[in-house]
Design a protein around this ligand. Structure first.
Ligand SMILES: CC(C)(COP(=O)(O)OP(=O)(O)OC[C@H]1O[C@@H](n2cnc3c(N)ncnc32)[C@H](O)[C@@H]1OP(=O)(O)O)[C@@H](O)C(=O)NCCC(=O)NCCS
Length: 241
């Protein structure tokens, strides 16, 4: 090997080594290649985590989605097939494989919610734009765990990863104007309502208005800082009693 080429090779190797933490920005395909597990955290006596979907989640997914049809369907995209036919094992496997392909191309991050080690919902990030560093999210959780703070824990785990580890800049969610539970959850997570999109999506068999909710990485960081300060003050108060 002639000396100039050796020098160039060493410089390139050194640059690659020092820029390794930023590579996912230039190569969105590398956003994530391994199976993911986020958490766990303890919420209301439960262990809550997020992980990559498995083909074997099909049965639990079908059972919960059929049981919770009344709560989920009004806010889910309208389809020609009825709810039962939309929740077969074959449909899950097809969706799972399609999402994995999207994930490999850097445009999606599919996650499932695990409560006490069992499948209990989904928290998907789609339309990831690797150049703009933006994503859209949708979530649903088994109603047996409703109003226990699990939606907030799931949002917190996901945002820490998307803003902190992946370096995204903005996450948005289109929420039906009548979906009080989802609106309250994203508001408590620090999202801002940016406006109403008239007749935006066909959900539950009807074309409905949706509010656009969004949070940026700056808003998320400020909120984390504020939370840490409040916890510090609360800790000091307890110690001084
Ligand atoms: C939206 C959803 C994920 C919230 O999950 P959750 O685990 O019940 O949420 P949390 O317990 O963390 O509650 C967060 C806040 O929302 C409020 N909330 C939850 N369900 C509510 C309801 N049915 N009505 C009013 N407020 C509700 C909680 O009270 C809490 O606010 P608070 O602290 O001021 O009391 C869940 O209701 C769900 O899966 N809904 C069906 C699917 C759906 O609509 N997904 C959104 C489409 S993108």
């Amino acid at each position: 090997m002639d000396p100039p080429r050796t020098a160039i090779t060493i410089v390139i190797a050194a640059c690659r080594f020092h820029l390794r933490s930023m590579r996912h920005l230039a190569h969105p395909r590398r956003i994530r290649q391994k199976r993911l597990f986020l958490g766990p955290v303890r919420v209301a006596g439960h262990t809550v985590a997020l992980r990559s979907p498995r083909l074997g989640d099909a049965t639990a997914w079908r059972e919960i989605r059929l049981r919770d049809q009344r709560l989920i369907e009004p806010y889910w995209l309208t389809a020609t097939d009825d709810w039962d036919r939309r929740h077969t094992v074959t449909v899950w496997v097809g969706e799972c494989l399609a999402r994995r392909r999207a994930e490999r191309s850097g445009t999606a991050l599919p996650l499932v919610v695990e409560i006490d080690g069992r499948f209990a919902g989904q928290c998907n990030f789609e339309c990831i734009d690797p150049a703009a560093l933006t994503a859209q999210t949708s979530v649903w959780i088994d109603s047996r765990f409703a109003r226990a703070g699990i939606g907030l824990a799931v949002g917190g785990l996901a945002m820490s990863y998307l803003f902190g580890t992946l370096g995204l800049r903005r996450i948005s969610a289109a929420i039906c104007t009548e979906n009080v539970a989802a609106a309250r959850t994203v508001q408590l997570l620090g999202c801002r309502r940016e406006g109403t999109m008239s007749s935006y999506l066909d959900v539950g068999g009807l074309r409905r208005d949706h509010d656009l909710w969004a949070i940026t990485s700056e808003m998320w960081q400020q909120q984390q800082l504020l939370r840490a300060q409040l916890e510090q003050v609360a800790g000091d108060c307890c110690r001084n009693r």
